[in-house]
Structure formats: C-alpha cells, structure tokens
Design a protein around this ligand. Structure first.
Ligand code: PNW
Length: 483
C-alpha cells in the first residue's frame, strides 16, 4: 500500500465540516418550533449522560454568524448541516401548518453561507423526528404514514431552497435510527424488548420495519427531487450510511473472516444493497427470515437506483469474532461479536473517549475499496469522519486546545482516503469532518467532545478553535491537485 506523500485528491474535491440540528441549535421552544422525539427522550431520567439535552446546546440558532466565521477561519469550502423538521412543520404531518419563521431561519442561513462562499450540504433528517408523528402513528414504524409525511416535508424544502442547495442528504445513518432507537433503546424513541429500559418495543422486529420505512421514504424523496426539481435546480441527492471496517479476531479462522463481510452487510448493505442492487443481502434474509420485510414492486422501484452519490459516515474499525450457536432473536449484528482487541490482545487502535471508537485509518481505505467494488465505484461523499479524545473534557483549557491526537487522526484518515483515490481508483469527491464544534453527543451528552472548535458551555457557548481546526485545511491544501 502506498504512502500518503505520493497520493493526491482531484482539483474539484469539496471539503468542510459537519453538524446536526439537534446537536447544535438549542432554542427548542423558539419561533414556533415543535418538539422532536429527542426533546422527549432527553426528559426521561437516566437516558443522557449528565442529564443533558439539546435545549441550549451550542446556541447556534442565535449564532449562525459565529459559525460561519469559524468555517471561514478554517478555510472550509463546504458545510454539512441538518434541518430540524419540527422547526419547519412543528407537528410534522402533511396536513399540519408550516412554520414560516422556521423556514426563513434556514433560508437566511443558506444565503449567508453562500455569501461567505461556503457550499451548503443539507441533511433532511438527522434523527429528530417531530414528536407528534411518534405519538400520532408510531413514527418510523408506520411506513405508509411516515413516507407520505416525509415526502411532503421534502417537497416543501426542495421548493423553498430551489437552486441554492446542490447537495441533499435524505437520511443520516438509518442504522442508528433503527438499532439505537428500536433495538437497544439507547437513542430516541428508546424502544426495546428490554423492559428495564422501556415498557414498549420489540427488538426482534421493529429495527427491520424501521429500516424499511426509511429506505422507502428516501426513495420517495429522491423521486420527487428528480422529477420536480433536479432539472431546474441542478442538484444531487443521496443517503448517508454509517459503517466501520471489520478485521477478523482470529486471522486464521475462516469463520471470523467470513463474519467480517457479514458484519458490514448487516451495517451497510442492509441499506446499500436495496439502493444499488434492488434487494436485501442474502446473509440478512438467511438469518432474519420473515422478520425482514419483503419488497413490494412499487417500493423497490422507488429505492433501487436512488443514490446520486453514496454518503459515507466512517469513524473506526472492530475485530470480528463469529458466534457459533443459533443467532439470538434480538441480534442485529449478524451473529458475531464486535471486539476492540484481536486473539493476541492487540488493540485495533488507540482508546478515545467514545467506547465504540478506536481509530484505524487503514480500515477507511479498505472500506472505501470494499464499497466501491460492491457498488460499482459510485461517487462517494464522506459526510462524517472524526474522533473524540480520551479525557478531553477534563483537561485544562490550554491543553485541550492542543488536540494533537485529533490532528493525527485527521492526518491519517484523510491520507488513507487520498490513497484510496489515488491507488485504488475509489471515486471519493468530498469530505466533511465531524464536527465543526463540540456539541450535544446524543446519549453521551456533553462529556464527549468531537469538535475542532471548543465550546464553553459554562460561558455563553463561547467558541475557541482547537489546533485541529486549522490543520485540516493545511492537509487538503497539500493533497488537492492544483489545476
Ligand atoms: C454519528 N456508534 O453517530 C452521528 O451522525 C453524529 O450525529 C454523531 O455525533 C457522530 O457520529 C459521533 O458519534 C454515531 O455507537 C453514534 O457506533 C454512535 C455510533 C455510530 C455513529
């Protein structure tokens, strides 16, 4: 495998930073915003570390100018952010009133970004479903209602933004919505079979139903964009999938080697196979039987071929050990164990603040290649990549700002991506670092920081760039070929 130095990225490569509405905006009761399932979830004691919520977060709703200044300071070309559906349609549904103030907030923000020379990449759904839709019909569990409401919301947004936005992401990480929301219950709406955690939910069936609803809703929104907007607005649309790389726990054991592919299939191909191949992966059909929904002709016609680009969120890698017995009914991983160390006790990477995240940059290159081979070398936009730092929150500010660990992470991962482009023929065209600033890290609350900018939650959400804020631009400066 080649070294970082000789690899490059194409001249029109787009790079920047990513965030999500509920993680940064705050102002949850302002200007007519309705509650989302995350507002409700955060109110349940014990669900969020430190008892936090997105009530104030980074206060970005009132600080858009500061965020744009940060982006400019970093030299970013692009910014990926998400819209809060319940700011735009407070109750969420297709017959519910539209909140003009919410819509205007985002329109103004996009205008300001464009005026600053920053390309917006807009995610329609980053997990914060309007609470009313959960209450009214079960939210993502109700395919028919959800698809109709999402399609309506998407059309409204496409119409409002017109040609100002050229890069649309329908859903962020449907795997997380399905598995964390409906299998282990660690994310909103918190449903699970574990009755110690939730009075309702069925971990063996609901994640698969939810994943199916999201795919169809994605397909419906893409059809609307392509038929009603794409021609005049000239944009593109895709879904963002999360997935990490897999290495065998025992490199000599064929069962572990086989389980690595199965792990990626259960995480990524669950969604990507229907989109690129028109069917669910054989490994999932085999394990899940009739708990995996089947495709109607209409639904798969919407989904198959529905990506203009592949949105890739990627953070780390795991060692995979095949399980030997029959899969548990609530298994979502493919009857295997995810481990941080291999058979010989070697760690997959250094420890971070996030229990699930250990950096392994070569895994990024390998997964880019794996995806390209399986899906016919699609255009790939990396829509998230980044790391937390072990103990960062407890460091004195001066030390915290010198986030060399994060700088090294970005150097290695961006280098691995350039290698994939240069040496493996992977068509990667954009990269958004997670995240522009420290923010509400879901169930981990504010204790885990992912930002290249420090946010002082005690002092007026003051933003102070860390070392990594400046370093990413320098890396891309070196790697992007000059015309
Ligand atoms: C992504 N895991 O979530 C999300 O898109 C972001 O909103 C989030 O802040 C970021 O990654 C960092 O966590 C994930 O446990 C959260 O495997 C957890 C996992 C994966 C992705």
């Amino acid at each position: 495998m080649g070294s970082v130095e000789q690899s490059t990225l194409p001249p029109d490569f787009l790079w920047g930073f990513a965030t999500a509405a509920y993680q940064i905006e705050g102002a949850v009761n302002e200007d007519g915003r309705g509650p989302s399932i995350w507002d409700a979830f955060c109110k349940i004691p014990g669900k969020i570390a430190g008892g936090g919520s997105g009530e104030i977060a980074c206060d970005s709703y009132h600080r858009t100018h500061e965020d744009i200044a940060l982006l400019k300071q970093c030299g970013a070309q692009a910014y990926r952010f998400s819209l809060s559906w319940s700011r735009i349609i407070p109750l969420g549904g297709r017959n519910d009133p539209v909140n003009e103030k919410g819509l205007q907030f985002y329109l103004k923000f996009v205008d300001d970004l464009l005026a600053a020379g920053i390309t917006p990449m807009v995610t329609l759904f980053h997990w914060d479903l309007p609470e009313e839709l959960q209450r009214r019909y079960g939210g993502l569990l109700n395919k028919q209602e959800f698809v109709a409401d999402f399609a309506h919301y998407a059309r409204l947004v496409f119409r409002a933004f017109g040609s100002k936005v050229k890069h649309w992401v329908t859903f962020n990480e449907p795997w997380c919505s399905s598995v964390f929301g409906f299998n282990n219950g660690s994310f909103a709406p918190g449903r699970t079979s574990d009755r110690a955690k939730s009075p309702v939910g069925d971990s063996s069936t609901e994640p698969w139903i939810v994943g199916h609803s999201i795919l169809v809703a994605h397909g419906a929104a893409v059809k609307i964009y392509r038929e009603e907007f794409k021609l005049q607005d000239g944009g593109e649309i895709g879904i963002t999938l999360n997935g990490d790389w897999a290495e065998p726990w025992d490199a000599e054991n064929p069962a572990d080697i086989e389980a690595c592919d199965r792990k990626i299939e259960f995480a990524i191909s669950w969604f990507a196979d229907p989109i690129y191949h028109g069917k669910y992966p054989a490994s999932m059909i085999k394990q899940l039987g009739d708990r995996l929904p089947t495709w109607s002709t209409e639904d798969i016609a919407l989904v198959h071929g529905s990506n203009d680009f592949y949105g890739m969120n990627h953070y780390c890698a795991n060692y995979i050990r095949a399980k030997t017995g029959e899969p548990e009914l609530d298994d979502v991983a493919g009857n295997l164990e995810l481990l941080l160390e291999d058979k010989h006790g070697n760690s997959i990477g250094p420890i971070t603040q996030s229990p699930w995240l250990r950096p392994c940059p070569l895994g990024f290159r390998k997964l880019l290649k794996w995806l390209s081979e399986r899906y016919g070398y699609p255009k790939i936009y990396v829509t998230e990549n980044g790391t937390s730092v072990l103990g960062e929150n407890d460091l004195p500010l001066e030390q915290l700002l010198e986030d060399e660990f994060r700088v090294q992470y970005f150097r290695d991962y961006i280098g691995a991506m350039a290698d994939a482009y240069t040496l493996d023929g992977v068509d990667v065209r954009a990269y958004m670092a997670w995240s522009l600033m420290d923010n509400f890290e879901w169930a981990e609350g504010y204790e885990t920081r992912f930002g290249v900018t420090y946010v002082d939650y005690e002092h007026d959400q003051k933003r102070i760039p860390k070392k990594s804020a400046k370093s990413i631009g320098q890396m891309f400066d070196r790697l992007i070929a000059k015309v």
